[in-house]
Design a protein around this ligand. Sequence first.
Ligand code: NAD
Length: 194
Amino acid sequence: MELAHKYKIAIIGLGYVGLPLAKLFVEKGNTVYGIDTDIRKIQMLQKRQSYLSDYKRNDIRELFSGKKFHVSHSFEVIEKADVIILCVPTPLDEQMQPDLKFVINATRCILPHLKRGQLIALESSTFPGTSEEILKPLLEREYRTGGRDGSSASLFAGTDRSRVALGAVANSEGRRRGESGKHFVRKRSLWYRI
Ligand SMILES: NC(=O)c1ccc[n+]([C@@H]2O[C@H](COP(=O)([O-])OP(=O)(O)OC[C@H]3O[C@@H](n4cnc5c(N)ncnc54)[C@H](O)[C@@H]3O)[C@@H](O)[C@H]2O)c1
């Protein structure tokens, strides 16, 4: 689908998910600010080198060719973005629950640079309810008091149905309530449409 309006999109985490997503948005004419805390990755991109097995040097050159892809380890560019997409790791912990430390850390990094009207989406795989129950309160609590203009951000959840089902199995609260993966998918889809 071709969007009439072109957006400025910040992608947080330029790994196997974030970098191809950046490529997709750039190919559609949007401007992408790629941010990664791994300075080695940023330096490689600046030298037009690839660190992903299925990305060749030419793919990286192409990504930068239209001057619509910018990379940094600094979060200041968040201020320019219409949309912010979190693509950071969520490794499973010893209890087989997604470890949210990278997601929470990335959320805290964007907080000082948020402004009214931005859309924030979580692309990382996680259990259903992460955006609504963990990130939304964190953003609302800290952004209302710490944000520059005192306004709240809008938070939407990006869905990955296969991972939603997996998350439902890993979600102990859901297991206690006897909820099935299907129920979680339906619940989350509804929330997504709001
Ligand atoms: N790789 C896949 O095929 C795949 C498929 C579906 C879902 N996912 C999910 O997508 C998410 C990302 O996976 P991935 O494979 O791209 O991981 P990855 O490890 O390849 O990339 C994540 C990147 O995030 C960066 N990062 C970590 N903390 C950061 C922070 N605070 N700020 C900015 N950057 C930060 C890391 O340096 C790394 O470059 C995970 O939740 C994963 O489960 C991955």
